[in-house]
Ligand binder design. Structure first.
Ligand code: FAD
Length: 462
């Protein structure tokens, strides 16, 4: 008989926390999980899911335009933001219910409260003031949007959190940031008819992605009418006398907009969590330091998901949770595999990617082959849309392995999932060449690029 109240106490009911609690409970462990806001966490409540619903909503005006080329006459269309928000909220509530049900069915105790550590095996339930003990504790509290507190006027700005609940759609918005959240929201707002500007201090949006994807998306977004200001940042935000906001930028003077959204990265949500009381070590960014098995420096305390600042993606948090269960409760030590994570940017057009960018591969290997195709997708022929699709495979010349695959264009995210399997399996370019094309698709380009577009040897393009 354990002397603890619980075998496992999970702090945080998001992607990683819910998976840990549900699986441990289904294995017969006595489990409690605390959530201070809503079960489902960032992904379900104010991240991946509502964002993707917004992406769908923002694409319709192009669908209506494209329809004309195919013989359709679409009547006058209007968009109702409040209807979208209401429909989105219903769906999110449904999903939250499923998360709770899953926990309930597995036998985990649901604690609707903030929880904080007060010792290595002790947790304070804020709502009741009760301290409970657990043999093991999983910290899965995620992260929060960087509020950029040093920026004068930052309190007048919104983050992605508020973007999901705006009472009305602004006429114009300035989005600061060059990461995927900034880029996705720029496309969402533009697609819904908002005059949109993106401001980013770097040379090009989406650092760490392949340069053709970055440049190609930048051009496509500008062609749609999104203004992109690189090499620039906001110096201050103030209320304008005429209503709206006045933004002082470093290089583009003053901008007048109705809303400013900051998408400047996400910080681990560890403040006030009681990590000092338990002796849990963090790094300079406030992220919890863990080993290859998600173990913190304190025996019995684990951390996973965004709070560890390894790879901030939902499937990664879930995978880390499953590895924790394998290791701790199934006697099968398994450390999370962070290699070759396929991912997407739900921009318009989308980016789907897995593996190394061209620049990264050129640094890593003596010689690489780059296969690159740029073409107008079939759907755009009759619709008359000028959009181009780019597909790229990066191959290590020494062993012919495909080490990177990148797509810019419709359904790139869906394709990236399948490409992820091929790269994970270690497929070579010859395997791609041996694979029959699916015709007529855009994806067939991936198996019909027979000769390299160019090679890079010892850093030189040949
Ligand atoms: P979270 O899901 O953030 O869950 C942490 C939970 O802990 C929260 O519910 C929080 O309320 C709770 N909590 C915090 N402190 C306490 C406490 N002390 N006591 C009790 N509860 C607490 N990832 C993708 O893979 N694909 C995408 O398309 C994608 N889009 C995104 C879009 C946006 C706008 C954002 C913000 C994120 C997106 N992400 C996406 C990232 C993804 O949401 C996160 O990587 C994922 O949710 C991390 O899961 P987690 O379990 O670590 O934390």
């Amino acid at each position: 008989m354990s002397s603890f109240d619980y075998d496992l106490f999970v702090i945080g009911g998001g992607s990683g926390g819910v998976r840990s609690a549900r699986l441990a409970a289904s294995l017969g462990k006595k489990v409690a999980i605390a959530e201070e806001y809503r079960f489902g966490g960032t992904c379900v409540i104010r991240g991946c899911v509502p964002k993707k619903l917004f992406v769908y909503a923002s694409q319709f005006h192009e669908h209506f335009e494209d329809a004309a080329g195919y013989g359709w006459t679409v009547g006058e269309s209007t968009f109702d933001w409040t209807k979208l928000i209401a429909a989105k909220d219903l769906e999110i509530a449904r999903l939250e219910g499923l998360y709770r049900k899953g926990l309930d069915n597995a036998g985990a105790e649901i604690v609707e409260s903030r929880a904080e550590l007060v010792g290595p095996n002790s947790v304070l339930i804020r709502k009741t003031g009760k301290v409970v003990t657990a043999e093991k504790i999983v910290i899965a509290v995620g992260g929060g949007a960087n509020p950029h507190a040093a920026l004068p006027g930052h309190e007048l700005c919104i983050t992605s959190n508020e973007a999901f609940h705006l009472e009305k759609l602004p006429r114009s918005i300035l989005i600061a940031g060059g990461g995927y959240i900034a880029v996705e929201f720029a496309n969402i707002f533009h697609g819904l008819g908002v005059e949109t500007t993106l401001i980013y201090r770097g040379a090009e949006i989406l650092s760490r992605f392949d340069h053709d994807m970055r440049r190609g998306l930048h051009e496509a977004m500008e062609a749609k009418g999104i203004r992109i200001l690189c090499h620039d940042h906001i110096q201050s935000v103030a209320k304008a006398t005429s209503g709206g906001l006045e933004v002082e930028t470093m290089n583009n003077g003053q901008l007048a907009v109705e809303q400013v959204m900051l998408a400047l990265g996400r910080d681990p949500y560890t403040k006030g969590l009681g990590l000092e009381a338990a002796g849990v070590a963090t790094n300079e960014r406030g992220a919890i330091v863990v080993d290859a098995y998600s173990r913190t420096n304190v025996a019995g305390i684990f951390a996973l998901g965004d709070v560890t600042d390894r790879v901030q993606l939902t499937p990664v948090a879930i995978h880390e949770a499953m590895c924790f269960i394998e290791t701790e409760y199934r006697n099968n030590p398994t450390s999370p595999d962070h290699e070759l994570i396929a991912t997407a940017v739900f921009s318009q057009p989308e980016i789907g990617t897995v593996g190394m960018s061209e620049d990264e591969a050129a640094k890593r290997f003596d010689e690489i082959e780059v296969y690159r195709a740029q073409f107008r997708p079939m759907k755009a022929t009759l619709s008359g849309r000028a959009e181009k699709m780019i597909m790229k495979l990066i191959v290590n010349a020494a062993d012919r392995k495909v080490v990177g695959a990148h797509i810019l264009g419709h359904d790139a995210g869906e394709m990236a999932q399948l490409l992820g399997i091929t790269l994970k399996a270690g497929c070579t370019k010859d395997d791609f060449d041996r694979t029959m094309a699916v015709h007529p698709t855009a994806a067939e380009e991936l198996v019909t690029m027979y000769s390299p577009s160019y090679r890079i040897k010892n850093g030189e393009r040949i």
